[in-house]
Design a protein around this ligand. Structure first.
Ligand code: PMP
Length: 290
């Protein structure tokens, strides 16, 4: 496998960064998870926009332009002959002294991995996922800005541990006020009385690219939608529930905290949105020159 690292495509065995990189020492950095389908990178501009917003939020000056990054993403896919896959793009603060001061690390590193990913077994896309609510909370805007897709995922990793130890694969994370924010690596949606709802970004949800696509598709399919503050009551009493993410795509949820949601099967709106999502991912995107 070839990895793009600081301007070069290198062999996986040579793709190494310094132990003094602040991305490793302090989780000081940002990332994006991107998908390509049928030789096209899906929503690449949107991922690059979010990457630059994350960079700005953590005062990380990007030495690469948007166009350069787009080109390098495509080059990495092409070098690995990946037409359908998952791309992980990370920007670290770069090597520096021990000590937090990011201004002493003026040379960020970027690496791009083009590989494949399978988040959930197929049966869950067919029959739906069972999830739980976990005790780990989404950070508040006053701590770790929840909008920044940073290399600090320990909180989400711990939430994932709770899910797995609870016998399921995913967990709902609440914010400090007890309202629903999202899941450990996915946004959450419900359907009630033929209307689609998802938590507000200001309630701690990541501004997910798939979340945006789903809202666009809802509009196209004539499903009314609303972003609003949601509690577990809304989830427990929903007709349908599903999760969205670049890696997970759209995955139905049929059980939360051992309570059946709706009739315990993926519902018609979830299926319609899932199909529309697949149609879109298979037919649009930035071409990879293979
Ligand atoms: N929430 C979190 C915490 C995430 O890490 C992700 C991405 N894996 C998402 C939501 C979904 O965002 P996107 O649709 O942009 O992949």
């Amino acid at each position: 496998m070839k990895i793009w690292l600081d301007g070069k495509l290198v062999d996986e065995s040579e793709a190494k960064i310094s132990v003094f990189d602040h991305g490793i020492l302090y989780g000081d950095g940002i990332f994006e998870g991107i998908r390509c389908y049928n030789g096209r990178v899906f929503r690449l501009d949107e991922h690059i926009d979010r990457l630059f917003l994350s960079a700005r939020a953590i005062v990380l000056k990007m030495p690469w332009s948007r166009d350069e990054i787009a080109r390098h993403v495509c080059e990495t896919c092409a070098a690995n002959r990946i037409r359908n896959g998952y791309i992980r793009l990370c920007v670290t603060r770069g090597p520096g002294e021990l000590g937090l001061n990011p201004y002493l690390s003026p040379n960020p590193s970027m690496f791009i991995i083009a590989a494949s990913i399978k988040l959930y077994p197929d049966e869950h896309y067919q029959n739906g996922l069972s999830i739980i609510t976990c005790a780990s909370r989404r950070p508040t805007p006053g701590s770790l800005m929840p909008q920044v897709k940073s290399l600090n995922y320990l909180n989400n990793v711990m939430a994932k541990v709770e899910a797995i130890q609870g016998g399921v694969l995913e967990a709902v994370m609440l914010n400090e006020q007890g309202y629903v924010a999202e899941c450990t690596g996915d946004n959450i949606f419900i359907i009630r009385k033929n209307k689609l709802y998802t938590p507000l970004i200001s309630d701690g949800a990541l501004d997910g690219i798939t979340r945006d696509v789903i809202l666009e598709l809802a509009e196209k399919l004539g499903i009314p939608y609303e972003e609003r503050t949601m509690s577990r009551y809304d989830l427990y009493t929903a007709d349908e529930c599903f999760l969205t993410g670049t890696a997970a795509e759209v995955v139905p949820v049929v059980e939360l905290d051992r309570r059946i949601i709706g009739d315990g099967k993926p519902g018609p709106h979830t299926r319609a949105l899932l199909d529309a999502y697949h149609d879109l991912t298979n037919s649009t995107g930035t071409p990879i020159p293979l």
